[in-house]
Ligand binder design. Structure first.
Ligand code: AHR
Length: 512
């Protein structure tokens, strides 16, 4: 029998705005993300502009991709930007020691990345090298990118073919400094973040938002130390008040959904019910982890002047058989779509603090949107969740009050919710997203919509006949959204039937 889930949504009580930047992306020099994924070189027979794949650009533009983080990841802390500018033939090579130990030819560098962002209409988020770079190097990079006058770096940029300065709204101060980014203690990194942040100058009014590299999952100590590094005192706010000049504006953290130990994470496509349930348990942890970091930040900064940024998230399984273990290439199934749906609901609920999130990674790596194989391109189930959810970007969150505890499944002694939902509102429309993660039971979701009168629902569904279903170049639409007639509005009550392992969106106009 179907499980009944009831809730109330007051559509006139608008919550915090959901930043479009929580639908952000991440592209690292890792495996085939940049080379073969985003970039094929200008001489490729694959249609491109300046070497950038136009099919990938078109697919991501259809998502309204808001931002793109680059060049890493772990790669960022061994990347020296000066190697990637100037004539391609004279650019030095380097070893990408984290990812496959391959030689990087630096043919995709700063100018190519900025051209990619322009084609995508996405805001660049550049991560500076803190682990093995210098403060001067990072400071000169932002001068190179954003300065207009005759400064040394602005002149160099012009010599390399770009007259006008670019705008760079987001700047990362290293990556995972507790690990691949240099193995720092939180206090040691806090001082570095202050120093690198200080020398990340605002040239020509480029209002750069500086993001200090933060915790792994639920390492709340890291967040606590960084808040104190910013000068906050517990319970006493900032001595200079909400408008204090700080060396960085946001603190990041990373949380991956890994269903097993690192040595045996399991296959992306061939997984047992137990593995699926452990995946769900790890994905749903995002709610308490977000709440944990937010609670610490609230204690120091009740005015919410500092942003929280989840600049890496997503599933991490074993690589596909026969592929380079250092390239992190994995397929993407209906299970990944469930993981994405659960994450976005949590992001919407934490819109008051979460300023940005970036899925790892956009093309050919980990929980990708797009998989390429030569000139073929496949949109993954995760891509479709991003597309179906894009109406939440910059909309006001709406709280859903559930009448009773949500249904759960027991996963090794932990009760894990199998239903997830969130809602948002614009002046003229409401969007509701719902995920049924149960593998056997349908859910009858009934939401009492109070306040403004809304018009008839238009629903779409993403599901498949197996949890491991996925798309390939030969069968690209095995998992693809379809119109859905399982939603009805009767006397202000929205009733939606969610089949097992399905993701559903319901849009409704707000009537005048
Ligand atoms: O996304 C892959 C890697 O995961 C990133 O380079 C690193 O930051 C994280 O450990």
């Amino acid at each position: 029998a179907a499980v009944q889930v009831r809730g109330v949504v007051d559509v006139d009580v608008r919550g915090p705005r959901i930043s479009r930047h929580v639908y952000g992306h991440f592209a690292e020099h890792l495996g085939r993300c940049i080379y073969g994924g985003f970039y094929v070189g200008a001489d490729s027979p694959i249609p491109n502009e300046g070497g950038i794949r136009l099919d990938v650009v078109a697919a991501l533009r259809a998502l309204d991709i808001p931002n793109l983080r680059w060049p890493g990841g772990c790669f960022a802390d061994e990347y020296h930007w000066t190697d990637g500018v100037g004539p391609v033939e004279t650019r030095p090579t380097m070893v990408n020691s984290h990812w496959g130990d391959v030689v990087e030819d630096n043919s995709f560098g700063t100018h190519e990345f900025m051209a990619l962002c322009e084609l995508l209409g996405a805001a660049p988020y550049i991560s500076a090298n803190v682990g093995s770079g210098t403060v001067r190097e990072a400071s000169e990079w932002i001068e190179y990118l954003t300065r207009a006058d005759d400064s040394p770096m602005a002149r160099l940029r012009r010599e390399n073919g770009q007259d006008e300065p670019w705008s760079v709204p987001f700047w990362g101060l290293g990556n995972e400094p507790w690990g691949c980014g240099g193995r720092f203690s939180p206090d040691a990194y806090g001082q570095l973040a202050k120093t690198f942040g200080t020398y990340t100058r605002r040239h020509n009014g480029n209002e750069v938002y500086r993001i200090a590299a933060g915790a792994s999952s639920d390492d709340y100590v890291w967040t606590d130390v960084l808040m104190r590094t910013l000068g906050f005192a517990l319970g006493a706010g900032h001595p200079e008040g909400n408008d204090a000049q700080k060396p960085f504006e946001a603190i990041s953290f990373h949380h991956y959904t890994v269903p097993g130990p690192w040595a045996a994470k399991g296959s992306a496509t061939e997984f047992s019910l137990d593995e699926y349930h452990r995946t769900l348990r790890e994905a749903t942890r995002i709610e308490s982890i977000l709440a944990g970091h937010a609670a610490i930040m609230d204690a120091y900064d009740p005015g919410r002047t500092v942003g929280l940024v989840l600049d890496e998230w997503g599933t991490w399984f074993d690589v596909e058989p026969g592929t380079d273990p250092g390239f992190l290439f994995q397929q993407n199934t209906m299970r990944d779509a469930v993981v994405a749906g659960v994450h976005f609901d949590a992001f919407h609920r934490h819109a008051d603090r979460l300023a940005m999130a970036n899925i790892a990674q956009t093309v050919n790596v980990l929980q990708a949107m797009i998989l390429t194989d030569g000139d073929a391109l496949v949109l993954t189930p995760t891509y479709h969740v991003f597309e179906m959810n894009k109406g939440h970007q910059d909309a006001d969150s709406l709280a859903i009050a559930f009448g009773a505890a949500l249904p759960t499944v027991d996963v090794d002694g932990t009760e894990v919710a199998t239903v997830s939902a969130s809602a948002s509102r614009r002046d003229d429309a409401i969007l509701i997203s719902a995920t049924n993660a149960d593998t056997a039971r349908s859910v009858e979701l009934e939401l009492d919509l109070r306040g403004a009168v809304v018009g008839p629902p238009t629903a779409r569904i993403l599901t498949a006949d197996a949890l491991g279903a996925h798309n390939t170049p030969a069968e690209p639409a095995t998992v693809a959204p379809r119109p859905f007639d399982g939603a009805a509005l009767i006397d202000g009550r929205l009733r939606v039937t969610l089949p097992p392992y399905s993701f559903v969106t319901v849009g409704m106009p707000v009537l005048p």
